[in-house]
Design a protein around this ligand. Structure first.
Ligand code: SF4
Length: 549
């Protein structure tokens, strides 16, 4: 892979320098870029082992604490007791707790029972039992002290897990279909491609200083469960006109404050080319990505300015040095529900069992329980999903009824209500320094209320609860997206609440939810509000119409 020193100006249309390295802007234009230039984020690992874990929190260099720690999945969590009104006005150090969130990277969502138990033990020993399954297939722990980090890494690495590049301006965890390799209807198994990228590039200085985060998804299931439309790069399983299996590549999806759907490059990528194409796209992002303003530093802004055609041309001519053939678009997802909850057959005659912890919140004991239940039923593999759910693989037909009974008894529902199945929530004010409102408990209460009030509702309906405008829980593509903010209640007081976005979706007709002007609900009013929306939808919908239509 070559990195062009100074390519032609044909790609540079913006009048002001955007800090693009390939155009000669190597001097840092903001504090983040300066910190990255001063020292590679990957170098913080040794300082954590040698210095910070021995001398304690107060010894941590601020540039490491609020910058490079992220390269190893570590963020300071929010100091308890600071309300959402103070989020924007306090300095970062006033929001910092002395404890960390630790994100365990789980590429493809693939876990053995041994790995699951190690995470469970770490949660119980060092994380006060906390554990959240994220909508990027990671597991996050909280209350971690810096003194514990070397031991945690040792235990994770002993079973092939890591926190490397779980956060930071890096290639983050690679999403993959939880059913890769076993799904009876699979187009292609992307597991080998996930592992290859992981082994070649994760933790490599080649890609450890990107303009911002870089999110990857690789999947070949017919449900399109990794939501390729909103990843920075996604490979989606297709079969071309010659009957060859491969991938269709998409670039530049992302939500947050300027949501954009990924664009198809229209190229057919053979399985053995995936890692080169991935590295080419990541290289374009590194070299041409905008580094002047953080909020414009995602690859979506670059491809939005260039267009897919130019992006593909640069990829082929400057990075790959060969042309990719055109290829087909992926088939339409088989269902509006793109998860893997429930019991379904595998291609080998066994079954997978997908279940729904509430809004991804589990704990150390629950993770142990899941491992024990799987083991008792002869299963050895567990998966996390991008919907904050989990799946146990390889359950023999005569074990299905029993495993379902055991999971349900542990409140891990295999046949959940729509509300339990399709509600997600981000971390929120409990731990997140950017949050304005509480999310996990609010969403859990909302699920309980809606199950009571609408027991017969079975239509697909996604409700995504976010604690601030950042959209970690994908507000803009939910049927009902709830963006946390302070709102005024009927007594004129500022209280926690949500701006409502309605009608977002991915799939056949991708659509960002509309911000409903003036439509805000306090946290207290939320169950009434959502109930009203659902009842109105049921009254007004035409035959076969889904909520987002
Ligand atoms: Fe934190 Fe906001 Fe992301 Fe929620 S959406 S986890 S509050 S940054």
């Amino acid at each position: 892979m070559s990195t062009p020193a100074r390519p032609a100006n044909r790609h540079h249309k913006r009048p002001r320098g955007e800090g693009q390295w390939a155009l000669g802007y190597r001097e840092p234009l903001n504090k983040n870029e300066e910190n990255k230039k001063n020292d590679d984020g990957l170098n913080v690992r040794q300082r954590i082992i040698d210095v910070y874990s021995k001398r304690g929190f107060d010894s941590i260099d601020p540039a490491d604490l609020r910058g490079r720690f992220r390269w190893f999945g570590l963020y300071t969590q929010r100091r308890p007791g600071i309300d959402g009104g103070k989020t924007a006005i306090l300095e970062p150090e006033e929001l910092d707790d002395r404890y960390f969130m630790l994100r365990v990277r789980i590429d493809g969502g693939q876990l053995s029972l041994e790995q699951l138990r190690v995470i469970a033990d770490i949660s119980n020993e060092y994380g006060r039992g906390t554990a959240d399954i994220t909508d990027r297939q990671n597991i996050q722990l909280h209350w971690i002290e810096v003194e514990a980090v070397p031991d945690i890494w040792e235990r994770l690495e002993a079973v092939g897990l890591s926190t490397m590049e779980a956060c930071g301006d890096t290639p983050r965890v690679i999403l993959g279909c939880p059913l890769a390799g076993i799904d009876a209807d699979e187009v292609i198994d992307g597991t080998a491609q996930i592992h290859e990228i992981d082994e070649r590039y994760i933790g490599s200085p080649e890609f450890s200083n990107l303009p911002r985060k870089f999110k990857t998804a690789i999947s070949g299931c017919q449900a399109h469960c990794t939501v390729h439309e909103i990843n920075d790069i996604a490979f989606v399983g297709v079969v071309n006109e010659r009957g060859e299996q491969g991938f269709d590549v998409w670039v530049g999806g992302g939500l947050s404050t300027n949501p954009m759907f990924a664009k198809r490059l229209g190229a057919f990528v053979r399985p053995e080319q995936v890692h080169e194409v991935w590295a080419g796209v990541c290289g374009i992002f590194r070299d041409y990505g905008y580094r002047r303003l953080r909020h414009r530093a995602r690859i979506k802004f670059l491809i939005n300015d260039w267009g897919a055609e130019k992006f593909r041309e640069v990829l082929e001519t400057e990075y790959l040095k060969y042309e990719l053939p055109d290829g087909p678009a992926p088939a339409v997802p088989r269902d509006v529900r793109r998860d893997h909850v429930g019991v379904r057959p595998q291609k080998d005659g066994n079954f997978y069992v997908g279940f729904a912890p509430k809004v991804g919140r589990v704990n150390g004991d629950k993770l142990h329980e899941i491992a024990d239940i799987a083991e008792r039923h002869g299963a050895t593999r567990v998966r996390t999903t991008v919907e904050q759910k989990m799946v146990i693989l390889d359950v023999a037909p005569d074990q299905v009824d029993s495993i379902v009974t055991d999971l349900e008894a542990a409140d891990l529902q295999v046949n959940p209500s729509t509300f339990r199945r399709q509600t997600m929530a981000c971390t929120g004010i409990e731990f997140c320094k950017l949050a304005i409102v509480e999310t996990k408990a609010t969403a859990a209460d909302l699920i309980d209320e809606l199950e009571k009030r609408l027991p017969d509702f079975t239509e697909p309906l996604t409700i995504n609860v976010n604690g601030c405008p950042n959209s970690c829980a994908r507000i803009q593509v939910a049927d009902i997206g709830l963006k946390g903010q302070l709102v005024t209640n009927d007594k004129g007081e500022q209280v926690e609440g949500f701006q409502v976005h309605l009608g977002g979706s991915v799939g056949l007709n991708p659509n960002f939810g509309r911000k409903v002007r003036g439509l805000k609900a306090t946290t207290e009013e939320l169950p009434d509000y959502v109930e009203r929306v659902v009842r109105n939808f049921e009254k007004q919908k035409n035959e076969g119409e889904t909520f987002s239509e």
